[in-house]
Ligand binder design. Sequence first.
Ligand code: NAD
Length: 454
Amino acid sequence: MGTVEERLGEMREAFRSGKTKCEKWRRSQLMALLALVREEEEGIFSALNRDLGKHRAEAFRDEVGVLIKSINFALSSLKQWMAPKSVKVPLVSFPSSATVVPEPLGVVLLFSSWNFPIGLALEPIIGAFSAGNVVALKPSELAPSSAEFLAEAIPRYLDGAAVKVFLGGPSVGSQLLEQRWDKILFTGSPRVGRVVMAAAAEHLTPVILELGGKCPAIVDSIGSSEQKVAAKRLVAGKWGPCCGQACVGIDYILVERQFASTLIDMLRRTVKSLYGDSRNLSRIVNRQHFMRLEGLLKDPSVSASVVHGGRFDSDNLKIEPTILLDPPLDSEIMTEEVFGPLLPIITLEKIGDSIAFVRDRPKPLAIYVFSNDEALKKRVVAETSSGSVTFNDTMIQFAVDTLPFGGVGGSGFGRYHGKFSFDAFSHEKAVMRRQFLLDFPLRYPPWNETKLRF
Ligand code: NAD
């Protein structure tokens, strides 16, 4: 195995050898990653089931399927991404030409989180390898079966000198952060994000922070013909991804007071039809998080606001989909990221008031808007700030390779996915080419007034 320093030394050596710069190597690693995801599908399903009780269909939709799509997109785009791009040059430099040449950064460190422990570990590797880097991966210790799966499967499929998995908890994270890396991509909490950024500052290492926050869904009073689809998408956006333990999942809903009871009826019926059987719902990752979620309902003014669900099964770490109507805005459930199956609904006089509500709080990773009102949609895009805005659906933006994925403000910074991942792990080098012809004397001293504005 070796120490962190020894393993890092091996990775530096692999990068210095230059092999990762060839298109052939990059392509072979992407193909190997594709083979890993396809051939080890059963191993992935069972790890996700052990860690989170994820159903194989959910595991395919949110992790395996997304990865296959992303790898295929990278394979079909790689040549184009790697090609130097010619840029215009000003007349003053005539004759000349200039290109922007992407070059790999070197050895990059990836911290992945436990809620999509396979998807969020492998997705950044697609970008890092496409851009020709070497990777150190630190999976979350809170999803141990997935972490062990990655540590066992990755060296069987990928170039072992160019990707290494570091198992362990915060102490291993700290050891890794003491080293110098060429880039760090961290997925996790704002608290640890600060630790990562402070450590990176020591070495002037650039970072991408993929953090969380409270993602609102603004639900306008939509027509009855559209309510069925809207309800399914809202319910799937709250309870579908890992039982609400998702950074881009809905945290709370904003709705006009007069539409609230219709919305609650819609949600109740849909929750029963989609998640009436609790086997369709993932479980809470561990007892500590289960107790944290239980604690959010302890306050009597919060528990009194429960209008649906509220049952906790501590033996199986399962929580019933739970809807709360107007819990106090200063209660923990409205000030902290919920990251679980509890859904507060906040009523407003006018749906337009949702803009000020969102703006008064930290910038979210995602905003969802269900509406047919074009003016409201325009206002949300123009007057709020968030990692993404999605109209009339939830979560789907995550799987679109041509959109950047990342936060802003409190939800993090930097972006990845598709070409944005390639760019995130590349340095864009400016390359300028000149000849010895035409050397203008005006650019050189001795200075005089005629040279002032040439
Ligand atoms: P966390 O911040 O507690 O842990 C993340 C990683 O950091 C783990 O690998 C852990 O071992 C390591 N770590 C913890 N303490 C450390 C320390 N002191 N020094 C070095 N390393 C340390 O994350 P979490 O609470 O398990 O994850 C949930 C959070 O992640 C939520 O806020 C969620 O919104 C966010 N998240 C964001 C995204 C995204 O893509 N933006 C995706 C998933 C989750």
